[in-house]
Design a protein around this ligand. Structure first.
Ligand SMILES: *Cc1c(COP(=O)(O)O)cnc(C)c1O
Length: 394
């Protein structure tokens, strides 16, 4: 028995569980009872794998980055989730969840989104499946993420502004949960990371585990071993990291490195480094580490990267941190921007600023020359072009 995967009640050590309003109990219970058996059905796997191949473009390549390897004196590979359809790993999860929703007989999809990336990935699969799509998004986020709002609308989604509180992600999540309570029969709630009440963290990690499954056989081809010495991934809620770590959790010789956004510095008051700043609490239905004030109010996180700008981490990551199984590092805005530009100039790849945080960890680590290091390149930088332009004055 290992302890890094969810137990039957959705706990990872002290973290996880399902803290939900009474009214949501039937929906969550229905999902909890069925998700594993549906995911294991041959017909489900066949449809899921086919879409990952023909629609997403999987397997995503595992690329040996020669010039980056020379610079950091290790064998560095990039897992190219940036080459997926829609530009990031999020589509792996939304395809999985919409197939599950169909099998549960649901006809309407709801989602919450902060930066809009998960909203776009959800609107995409709803168009593909011909399902109604409603995305809740904070009013402030709608104003600052206009291109993603346009994408969602083009894909046929209805975008509903959340106008309460700080008008950002947590308020959009509250609206989505309220909608779900009111429409329990026909509606499925697609959550975008390894967060939320059990079974979401485990379900999302399983859908994203295609990443580590592919790393295993791709590394075997390159290096004649399926196990790298290090896997490095950025952590917002934690889904790309959970997918990249999944099949290695019990292989202690594979060192897992999670990189959080330090923003303007961990002690600056403008940060999103939850493992360093968070305390135990409950957010979005699970017990985890959470950035909060002394009286338990959620603190607004900050990062230059919209996808890492989240006040918690998934419960599995809280456990990986507390147990010491994963090492948690952080990168500031400046460190990430420099690492992003470095990848452009050494390898001809413009990374998402989220992924640039993972790359920034290379500078903070010491390797042996024969070490095999896999960096999960969670997304491409097209969406971040304006941020790059403003930062570097191109
Ligand atoms: C959303 C996003 C992230 C952060 O989400 P996780 O659930 O932590 O993976 C990281 N990278 C990219 C490119 C994203 O779009």
């Amino acid at each position: 028995m290992n302890t890094y995967y969810a137990d039957k009640k959705g706990y990872y050590g002290a973290y996880g569980g399902a803290f939900i309003p009474e009214m949501l109990y039937p929906n969550v219970e229905e999902l909890k009872k069925n998700y594993i058996s549906i995911m294991q059905e041959v017909s489900f796997q066949k449809e899921f794998q086919q879409l990952l191949k023909d629609y997403v473009g999987r397997p995503s390549p595992l690329f040996y980055a020669q010039r980056l390897s020379e610079k950091y004196q290790a064998k560095i590979y990039l897992k190219r989730e940036d080459l997926n359809h829609t530009g990031a790993h999020k589509i792996n999860n939304t395809i999985g969840q919409i197939l599950l929703a169909k099998r549960l007989g649901k006809s309407r999809i709801i989602a919450e989104t902060g930066a809009g990336q998960h909203g776009v990935a959800t609107a995409t699969v709803c168009a593909l499946m011909g399902m109604e799509c409603v995305v809740f998004m904070g009013e402030v986020d709608i104003a600052r993420q206009a291109p993603n709002v346009a994408r969602m609308k083009m894909l046929g989604a209805e975008v509903i502004p959340a106008t309460s509180g700080s008008k950002t992600l947590k308020d959009a999540t509250n609206e989505a949960i309220r909608d779900w309570i009111n429409n329990p029969e026909d509606t499925f709630y697609i959550i975008g990371s390894v967060v939320g009440p059990h079974p979401y963290p485990d379900m999302v990690a399983r859908f994203q585990s295609v990443i580590s499954q592919e790393i295993r056989f791709q590394l075997k081809e390159h290096e004649n071993t399926s196990k790298p010495d290090y896997i490095i991934a950025c952590v917002g809620g934690g889904s790309n990291a959970a997918g990249a770590f999944f099949h290695y959790l019990d292989n202690k010789e594979v060192k897992l490195i999670a990189v959080e956004a330090a923003g303007k510095g961990i002690d600056s008051g403008e940060s999103a480094a939850t493992s360093q700043l968070g305390k135990d609490g409950i957010i979005h239905g699970s017990r985890t580490l959470l950035m909060q004030t002394d009286d338990g109010q959620i603190t607004e996180p900050y990062s230059i990267s919209a996808g890492l700008d989240y006040p918690g981490v998934g419960p599995q990551h809280a456990h990986l941190f507390k147990s010491g199984r994963a090492r948690f590092l952080s990168a500031t805005d400046d460190e990430a921007m420099q690492a992003g530009l470095e990848l452009c100039q050494l390898e001809g790849i413009i990374p998402a600023i989220e992924s640039a945080h993972a790359l920034a960890a290379l500078e903070k680590m010491t390797f042996k020359k024969e070490d095999i290091v896999v960096v999960n390149l969670s997304g491409r930088g097209d969406k971040d072009l304006n941020t790059y332009i403003n930062y570097f004055n191109f």
